[in-house]
Design a protein around this ligand. Sequence first.
Ligand code: SF4
Length: 180
Amino acid sequence: MTGMTTACVAYANVFLHPLLDDGTSPASRGERREQQMLRTQAEKMCAGCPLMAKCLTDAIVKFDVAGFVAGTTKRQRQEIRARLGITVAPEDFDTFAGVNSGRQFDRYEIHRMRAANPDQPLSVIAAKVGCSVSTVKRHLRRIEAEGGVPRPIEKKSPTPAQIVAVAEDVRRGTRRVAAA
Ligand code: SF4
């Protein structure tokens, strides 16, 4: 795959165009036409992309990303998820910055470090994360109180082929609405 540039990278001017963002509504007839043109262009490029099925599957089942991805707008992906009965787990915003490293720690990371090495003093975890021992204790207590680390939500996962088929259907629906 070395050296392969996907269309969304090569034509970022199309893919990242504000008119392809769901937050933007066309202000005029001209803009609406332009939006339609951009969407058609981007759809074609994604349709010809070797990563299409994987890209779409990830965008549907893994992350709720913004913008135009894998031939779909964010709104279309919401509809695809609704039809497939998929919910994307919300991000765990309960993170805090480690003051030493400047990186964000997921609070479950503390739990993982503890589980991986139960004899290690909490002060070692605190030093790694860059927080106080009492913060480490607080997070561990809270996770225990919640019944431990939640397992990743395993839901029925549709195959990439199913997702591609539903996406095609949703796109057809969108085109019908746009043409009406
Ligand atoms: S399918 Fe995904 S990787 Fe391929 S061009 Fe479209 S957005 Fe980019």
